[in-house]
Design a protein around this ligand. Structure first.
Ligand SMILES: Cc1ncc(COP(=O)(O)O)c(C=O)c1O
Length: 393
């Protein structure tokens, strides 16, 4: 009768030594109790624990209108003029009819990324791809090596699948740790987020892994280190897959578009779980337009890199601020010589600058590149914060 269980009426019946008493208790009272009894399948008509959502950085999106969204890694520039033209000329039929298998987008990707079309699967964002593939690859109790700190979606998904996560910090010798133990899977983001560091020459390590080790490489930011993509490698590999979101470089976050590259054997099992009409007609058309606008995007990435260099110089000129690693993409992380919460709150509340804590590093923030004037503004505001802090000490 503990836990708030109440008999509904006095009648009871017995079978042998066991007495059965009909009773009731509130769902709210029972949930936490059942939730702690791991491994028991209760078959109740309600979820025992509320699923924990993955935490993204975009606290900025809904709450403010005039803000600097330096907490997310979305592009600071708009999609290419060709993409905007597609959106402007959208036809009723684009929305009215069910899209097909996105062959035209796969053909454009195949041409642009120099991998055969049959080695590509497209999906509505990289989360859709990873949430489809990981449950096929991994089961409860599987050991997975995760290079950390990393994009929060990965520990979130692997934990929810019941995998045992071994972490290796990106500053350690990652190739050595990949080979040290036989894992069911290895997951890494390259270039990484939050640091922006790129691990070079992974192919030779990948070749030494047992083919039973599934490797997922997230190359969302790879275009910032041109020529280094492992897509051609993955297209021939029995166990390595490369996933790339088209959200960031192509400024298409809101349209949801991503693709993965792997060998035929690998993709066959995944295709069975992928609906043929997964991506919308509009996102397919915009994806193709983006892929044919390389000159525009290469120029934008160049500007991003130069804005990042400017921002780095501004921040590194502040006493005690320390850059983490060697960031190559459109963001960087810094260790702060002051209380991180005071810093982030002041930036947000006083100046509308949203930043993200760089989890996995002590007292560090991640800042994403904006257009040059905004980087200048952020640099000035941050410098003034520390100047004021040193004067009031
Ligand atoms: C490493 C990495 N992969 C993927 C994504 C998001 O991809 P998508 O918008 O395709 O779900 C992000 C977003 O921040 C990211 O940092």
């Amino acid at each position: 009768m503990s836990f708030g269980f109440k008999p509904v009426y006095q009648a009871s019946s017995s079978i042998g030594d066991v007495q059965y008493i009909p009773g009731s208790m509130s769902i709210d009272a029972v949930k936490p109790i059942f939730g702690t009894l791991d491994g028991i399948e209760w078959k109740l008509p309600f979820p025992i624990l509320q699923p924990v959502p993955c935490q993204h950085g975009n606290g900025s999106i809904e709450t403010h209108t005039r803000i600097i969204r330096a907490d997310v890694l979305d592009a600071w520039y708009p999609p290419s003029p060709d993409v905007l033209r597609v959106l402007k000329d959208v036809k009723a039929l684009d929305i009215q009819k069910t899209p097909g298998e996105a062959d035209s987008l796969k053909a454009a990707l195949s041409f642009e990324r120099t991998v055969p079309q049959s080695n590509i699967i497209v999906g509505p964002g990289s989360s859709a791809l990873m949430y489809t593939v990981f449950p096929l690859w991994f089961k409860r109790g599987d050991r997975v090596l995760l290079v950390t700190p990393t994009y929060a979606e990965y520990p979130h998904l692997l934990t929810s699948l019941g995998c045992v996560i071994d972490e290796v910090h990106e500053a350690r010798d990652v190739p050595y740790h990949m080979l040290k133990t036989t894992y069911a899977g290895i997951v890494l983001v390259n270039p990484n987020s939050p640091s922006g560091n790129h691990i070079p020459h992974l192919a030779s390590t990948l070749l030494k892994l047992p083919i039973t080790t599934r490797v997922w490489i997230d190359e969302t930011y790879i275009d910032y280190v041109s020529g280094k993509s492992l897509e051609p490698f993955a297209a021939k590999s029995p166990n390595v897959v490369v996933c790339k979101s088209m959200s960031k470089i192509y400024a298409l976050s809101g349209l949801r578009l991503a693709y993965m590259v792997g060998s035929g054997v690998q993709l066959e099992a995944i295709r069975e779980r992928v609906p043929p009409w997964w991506c919308s007609t509009l996102s397919i058309k915009c994806g193709i337009a983006a892929l044919s606008s390389q000159t525009y995007y290469v120029q934008k990435m160049k500007e991003s890199r130069s804005n990042l260099e400017f921002l780095k110089e501004e921040l590194e000129s502040i006493d005690g601020v320390r850059l983490i690693g060697n960031p190559v993409a459109n963001y960087a992380s810094f260790i702060l010589p002051c209380d991180i919460h005071e810093f982030m709150d002041t930036m947000k509340q006083k100046h509308g600058i949203y930043l993200k804590e760089a989890h996995g590093y002590p007292n560090a923030v991640r800042i994403s590149v904006q257009r040059l004037e905004v980087c200048g503004y952020m640099g000035r505001v941050i410098k003034n914060f520390f100047l004021h802090l040193s004067l009031t000490k």
